[in-house]
Design a protein around this ligand. Structure first.
Ligand SMILES: Cc1ncc(COP(=O)(O)O)c(C=O)c1O
Length: 385
């Protein structure tokens, strides 16, 4: 790699300072946009730091989402509504790009991306360079299974409780390279890749202390961030052995090494949704303001309220009562094949949006109220008792 090469950030900044020296218009635009984002971050922090408690606090939280009471989301394991302020920032920043999609205007998004990265990394108790902001959990998982050097005779051990996307990704790779996929849980001297799709944003996480080699998650689930932003953490001493899944603009040199430092090398994905990546910082500020312990307690409170209500109706649960084993996921047992139809009826007749996965699955987020849970229970009673 030539020593003269500069990083994309440096290159763009040099270009800007060469061609736009003395132009205050661009700097004004960038500063205005950054401060607009900073104002949004501060105002959501102020909102969530109000001296309120109990249901008053959670009612205020519910009002930070745009869905109407007529259609209540209960499918956090799949997709959450974004905080309204996050969606507003995505729209605002997208409009900014659409009004001026020059390199000059868009260069400010490099700083905004780094701002987002720093906030998210601090919450996970890792360094900014340890995380890549990719598109979703599926992509993050695929970067690992595609990036490790594996060949015929190697063994990959996967947990049989994995999400189908993880199963299929490993099976397809095994068909290509001829390694064996084994479904047991055993971790001893092997690379440990954790699918954190159901944990990021739902509970306090100390990723380094947990000791895994990599961790994948999606911001559009429990984090309630923008759509199609994902997280890939890779332990520093493991990064060099993972090949990038996609190599696109922003990759420098012809080999496996690049000047995109740390886990950023997994962000060489072509043109990104810069607005969404920047707006993730607003969700990060909200999480900091509420606090992960408080979010965790509320999620448990809501799901336990639902579980005990289902039990009072005399209906069996698939998910254990123990919150350590089921957390915010509640699955009501149904007759075989009835999960989907019941979920449809709960939506059509009671406007509760759950899922027919493994039975009737309802996953509650902090935008749900106890009244929402009671409404779901009334629907379940009518449909299933
Ligand atoms: C455990 C788990 N892993 C991965 C995924 C895939 O997530 P995404 O579609 O955001 O990539 C899901 C989706 O529900 C999931 O629950």
């Amino acid at each position: 790699m030539s020593k003269q090469l500069s990083t994309p950030d440096q290159g763009r900044r040099q270009f800007l300072s060469r061609t736009l020296k003395g132009s205050s218009a661009l700097m004004l635009g960038a500063a205005a946009l950054s401060s607009q984002l900073a104002i949004a971050q501060q105002s959501v922090s102020a909102q969530f730091n109000q001296p309120m408690s109990g249901e008053d606090y959670w009612q205020m939280a519910r009002e930070q989402f745009s869905f109407p009471e007529t259609t209540v989301p209960m499918n956090a394991a799949k997709l959450c509504p974004s905080f309204r302020s996050v969606a507003e920032q995505v729209a605002f920043l997208t409009a900014d790009i659409d009004q001026d999609c020059s390199f000059n205007n868009r260069s400010k998004f490099l700083d905004l991306l780094e701002n987002t990265r720093a906030l998210v990394a601090a919450q996970l108790k890792v360094s900014a360079g340890d995380i890549a902001l990719v598109r979703n959990t599926s992509e993050a998982n695929n970067i690992i299974n595609n990036g490790l050097d594996l060949s015929a005779g190697d063994e990959v051990i996967i947990w049989d409780e994995n999400h189908p996307t993880t199963h299929v990704a490993w099976q397809v790779r095994a068909a290509r390279y001829g390694f064996n996929v084994i479904k047991v849980a055993k971790a001893c001297g092997i690379y440990v890749c954790v699918d954190g799709a159901q944990t990021w944003g739902a509970m306090a996480l100390d990723v380094k202390a947990l000791g895994m080699d990599s961790f994948a998650a999606s911001a559009h689930k429990w984090y309630k961030g923008p759509k199609e932003v994902g997280l890939l953490y890779i332990k520093a001493d493991q990064r060099a052995r993972i090949w990038p899944g996609v190599v696109a603009s922003g990759w420098w040199g012809n080999g496996p090494e690049t000047r995109l430092s740390g886990a950023r090398k997994f962000e060489s994905l072509g043109q990104r949704d810069d607005a969404a990546l920047a707006a993730l910082s607003v969700a990060a500020r909200i999480h900091d303001s509420i606090g992960s312990a408080r979010i965790e307690q509320r999620t448990v409170q809501l799901s336990q309220h639902l579980k005990s209500g289902v039990q009072s109706l005399g209906l069996p649960l698939v998910t254990p009562l123990d919150t350590a084993l089921s957390f915010g996921v509640v699955v009501v047992q149904t007759e075989a094949g009835q999960g989907g139809p019941l979920s449809n009826r709960l939506y059509e007749e009671f406007r509760i949006a759950g899922a027919g996965t493994g039975g009737l699955r309802l996953c509650l987020g902090i935008y749900n109220t106890l009244a929402h849970v009671d409404r779901a229970l009334a629907g379940i009673k009518q449909l299933m008792v």
